[in-house]
Structure formats: structure tokens, C-alpha cells
Design a protein around this ligand. Structure first.
Ligand SMILES: *Cc1c(COP(=O)(O)O)cnc(C)c1O
Length: 397
């Protein structure tokens, strides 16, 4: 059993804050502070360039990839870290489209995170081969799977509502139609159990700064199924994805397996912080995290519905059908969220009217949820959000 009291102690949270936004930016693992300091002083400082070998910097992307791989059901040796999630979406999609040269449709959904769709649009333009991006409603995706589809590219957990797609069923249907599948696990990794090998996903991508707690700007991950790993062409053919980067060949030759999805120099300091987070994840079972998350989310929904009639649930009511977040519609959601943040309850707002709260069992417990409900009830009952200072939108919402 995972000891959640122990994991909670391993995170720093400011006094007076109930942090319900770990779905957007995970909290700071206490050990990350000393880990980054040590990497900076003892490795960068003392070892200088020899750190690439001596301190193992060059191996970090696949070593950490494997530790994340355990949480998402990937086969060992098939996950690599690097770049940002937007870039990894592009890489996976470019490789997948090349594997289905005769097909023209990229099927996604209207609930996908915009950057995934933007990257697809940009790639379509660059390829100039009349690919078409289709974005039906999430519930209609299954009905749009047919033999025109080259790639089904979906985010498992909807970033606004928390609604989960049925990964196994959609992957099966896509494969039956001869299409490839890319799963974006941005809101799944560290939130819900994922079984990439079991469902037979072709590609998966995700970020490490949300539930995984790698810190702002932490690198993304990419997974390629073992059956494809040695065959795909990496569209972003950078030197660190080359078979022998230090041979400085003039011609590109892809590295072995997942190594070819690396592009350039890895962010060593950022990965030091992520390593500290992974030390905590290594102590955790995803099934326990999921059970605890459902309990906290159910407690939150019951408490809010009992005290805040103006808030309407936007997330699935059944725990198994949602990720680790709960969202409510409220016309004045932006102002209400600012009023909550001013009182120490940090969630976020997603246009047009969604108040979003993330539940991260590693550092949020039932006491936190109960305290948050009381503050939200007070803000709502007494219209504390109805103040001009809460209505001006900041750059990041
Ligand atoms: C958070 C998120 C992103 C962010 O992409 P970055 O390149 O890391 O900024 C992309 N896609 C999804 C589905 C997300 O939830």
C-alpha cells in the first residue's frame, strides 16, 4: 500500500495554501531543491563538461523515461524524455503519417488541447499532401474511425472536464481499421493507471510538469511501441537521435529504437528536479493513487453540490470515467477562481466558464478537501467574487 502521509511530507507547500492545481503544475518535491543544487555545484561546477559521462547526464533521458514508463505501462527501454509536449506530438504524428502514406485523415476530437491540433495543422501544411484534420465531438470519435484514417490522435483525459476516453476500445477499433494511434497522456501520467503495452498503443506522449511534479519547463516524454521502434523515421533528425552523435557524420542515421526520438541537448538541471520527483513516484502504486483520487474527487463533488447550488458539475460523475480533476461550470468562474486564490485555494479557470480543481493524492488529503469546500462555500454564498479586482484577466489563467 502506498503511504500517502509519507509522500505528503516529501512535498513543500506554502502555509495557508490548499493547492488544487497539481494537474497544471505539480508541487515542489522538497528533495528537488537539494538535488538541483547538488547537480549544479558538484556536477556542472566541479565536473564541467566531463559531467556528460561522469555524472551520467547523457543517459538521463532514457533512465527517467523508464521510471515514467512504469507508471504508464510501457515496455522497458521504450520511453525517452526531451523537448516539450508540443514537439513530441509533432514527432509522433510525423512518424505515424509516414507509416500510412496512402491515407489522408488525422482523426482527433474537439475536446483536445489546442496545441495538439495546432501542431497537426502546421505539419499538414509543411507536408503539403492534402492531409485533413477531423475533430468530431469526443463522444463521436468511435463513429468516425474508418479506413481513411491514417492516425487517431487523442488526449485520454480531457483537460477541461476530466472526461476519459476508452483507450482500449478506441485503440482496438483504430487498429481494426488499419489506423495508428497516438495517445496524449498529459493528464493521465501520474493521475490514472495507463497500460500502453496492454492496449497496444503505437505512440504516446505526455509532459512531466503536471501530475509528475518535474517543475515548470520539465521535459516531455515520448513512447514508441517496440514493434515500430526500429522502423520509424524521426522527422526531427537531431544529432542526439543519431546512431553515433560523436562520429559527427555528415549524414543522418537514426539511433537504436527510442534513442532516435531524442533531438538535441537534454535539459540536465530540469531533469535533476524531475529525478527527485521520480524518487517519490518509485514508492507509489498507480492503483492506490487512482483509488485515493476517486475518493478525494467524490468527497469534493458531494461537498460542493451540498453547499454551492450555482456550480454545475462539468466532469463525469462516475470516478472511473474521469481523470484526477473535477470541473464546475459557473458563469463568473474566472472572478470566483481569483477570489478563491486570494483565500489560498488554488485551482484554475478554463474558458469559457470552467472552474477546474486538480486532486493529487501524493500531497492532498481529505482534510485539505474539506477545508477547500468550506472556503468555496463561503465565497459562493457571500458573492465574495463580485469585486472589480477579481475580474481583470491575467496572461495565464
Ligand atoms: C499541458 C498540455 C500540453 C502542453 O504542451 P507543452 O508543449 O508542454 O506546453 C499539450 N497537450 C496537452 C493535451 C496538454 O494537456
Amino acid at each position: 500500500m502506498t503511504d500517502f502521509a509519507a509522500t505528503k511530507n516529501m512535498f513543500f507547500l506554502p502555509d495557508g495554501v490548499i493547492y488544487l492545481d497539481g494537474n497544471s503544475l505539480g508541487a515542489l518535491p522538497r528533495a528537488a531543491v537539494t538535488r538541483v543544487e547538488k547537480t549544479t555545484r558538484d556536477e556542472w561546477g566541479e565536473m564541467l563538461i566531463t559531467g556528460w559521462n561522469k555524472a551520467g547526464w547523457m543517459d538521463q533521458p532514457t533512465k527517467i523515461g523508464d521510471r515514467i514508463g512504469r507508471l504508464i505501462g510501457a515496455e522497458a527501454g521504450h520511453v525517452a524524455m526531451g523537448d516539450t509536449l508540443s514537439i513530441k506530438v509533432y514527432q509522433a504524428l510525423a512518424s505515424a503519417l509516414e507509416m500510412r502514406p496512402e491515407r489522408r485523415v488525422i482523426l482527433s476530437d474537439s475536446g483536445n488541447f489546442p496545441t495538439d491540433l495546432y501542431m497537426a495543422e502546421g505539419l499538414i501544411t509543411s507536408l503539403g499532401r492534402q492531409h485533413q484534420l477531423k475533430t468530431p465531438a469526443p463522444e463521436a470519435v468511435m463513429a468516425h474511425i474508418n479506413e481513411d484514417v491514417a492516425v487517431l490522435m487523442l488526449t485520454e483525459v480531457d483537460y477541461r472536464t476530466g472526461r476519459r476516453h476508452d483507450m482500449a476500445a478506441l485503440t482496438r477499433a483504430a487498429h481494426a481499421a488499419g489506423a495508428l494511434v497516438i495517445w496524449d497522456l498529459a493528464h493521465s501520467a501520474g493521475a490514472v493507471p495507463v497500460d500502453l503495452a496492454g492496449v497496444g498503443a503505437d505512440f504516446a506522449v505526455g509532459c512531466s510538469y503536471k501530475y509528475l511534479n518535474g517543475g515548470p519547463g520539465a521535459p516531455a516524454f515520448i513512447y514508441v511501441a517496440p514493434r515500430h521502434a526500429e522502423n520509424i523515421r524521426p522527422a526531427l533528425s537531431g544529432w542526439l537521435g543519431h546512431d553515433a552523435p560523436f562520429a559527427f557524420d555528415l549524414n543522418y542515421r537514426p539511433g537504436a529504437g527510442i534513442e532516435r526520438m531524442r533531438v538535441g541537448t537534454p535539459p540536465v538541471l530540469q531533469m535533476a528536479a524531475l529525478e527527485a520527483a521520480m524518487d517519490i513516484w518509485d514508492m507509489v502504486e498507480m492503483a492506490d493513487v487512482h483509488a485515493q483520487s476517486i475518493m478525494l474527487c467524490d468527497q469534493f463533488i458531494a461537498g460542493i453540490e451540498a453547499t454551492c447550488p450555482a456550480l454545475h458539475l462539468a466532469s463525469p460523475r462516475a470516478g472511473r470515467e474521469r481523470g484526477s480533476q473535477v470541473s464546475f461550470h459557473f458563469e463568473h468562474g474566472y472572478a470566483a477562481m481569483q477570489a478563491l486564490i486570494a483565500r489560498g485555494v488554488i485551482g484554475d479557470f478554463r474558458a469559457p466558464d470552467i472552474m477546474r480543481f486538480g486532486f493529487t493524492p501524493l500531497y492532498i488529503d481529505q482534510g485539505d478537501v474539506q477545508a477547500a469546500i468550506a472556503i468555496i462555500a463561503d465565497v459562493m454564498a457571500n458573492r465574495l467574487w463580485d469585486q472589480p479586482e477579481y475580474k481583470t484577466k491575467a496572461r495565464v489563467t
